[in-house]
Design a protein around this ligand. Structure first.
Ligand code: DX5
Ligand code: ZN
Length: 224
């Protein structure tokens, strides 16, 4: 079974902690926290204080806080997010000319190192950094908003990332983010994704979070 990481920005912005608690009670293993700066992506979401507020909720369920930094110059905020309680800090290769240094900083701050690729960014951009990462995040939408349609080519990209990691003997996680739901989850796991981020598929629609997570798990179990 893959790790399910509900994306908290798709929940009720006035009740992030309560929504996170609901998702973790319903069996999600990680919480995915989307940080957007209004420059790297055309949206502004949350900062270190929200991560700090979610930390006790995550602790109660032994869950990891998976923080996805969609921002320019993320190196300026590594310490702030680490200090706020992030377990994984993921930066975008497109935003980091000194990616190796940022990776070192993230590790020195005590977090797992993640790197993310936008849909149009080729895998070659990972060549120099793969040996140093704990997680590769394949974006399956253009980052900025929840609720966008999954880009079908992402599945093959997930598979190619997994193969490259295997060839290096790396056990880094492959995570996929954007438009993931019951219709796409299984093919992604079969392609090698180990962490599935889901926003609207978990928190959207008329059904409960518990029901939605159950539907996601069923889509994975019934047909595997
Ligand atoms: C997109 C974010 C995602 C997003 C996922 O920019 O990085 O984490 O919130 O939401 P869905 O699953 O609705 O695409
Ligand atoms: Zn994300």
């Amino acid at each position: 079974m893959p790790t399910l990481a509900p994306s908290i920005i798709a929940s009720d912005a006035g009740r992030y902690a309560a929504c996170a608690d609901e998702a973790l009670r319903a069996g999600a293993e990680w919480l995915h926290v989307d940080v957007m700066d209004g420059h790297f992506v055309p949206n502004i979401t949350i900062g270190p204080d929200v991560v700090r507020a979610l930390r006790p909720v995550a602790d109660e369920h032994d869950a990891a806080l998976d923080v996805h930094l969609m921002m320019e110059a993320p190196e300026q905020y590594v310490e702030a997010f680490a200090d706020a309680g992030a377990d994984v800090l993921t930066v975008h290769v497109e935003a980091c000319p000194h990616l190796h240094r940022v990776a070192q900083d993230i590790r020195a701050a005590g977090c797992k190192v993640g790197v993310a690729l936008n849909p149009a960014t080729p895998l070659g951009h990972l060549d120099g950094i793969l040996p140093f990462v704990d997680l590769v995040l394949v974006m399956s939408v253009n980052p900025g908003f929840s609720g966008q349609a999954f880009i079908p080519e992402s599945t093959a990209k997930v598979q190619r990332v997994r193969r490259r990691l295997n060839a290096l003997g790396s056990e880094a996680y492959v995570e996929v983010d954007g438009g993931v739901g019951p219709d796409t989850a299984l093919e992604l796991v079969q392609a090698g994704a180990e962490v599935l981020v889901a926003g609207s598929a978990v928190f959207g629609g008329a059904n409960s979070t518990e029901h939605n997570l159950q539907a996601l798990r069923e889509a994975l179990t019934l047909r595997v």
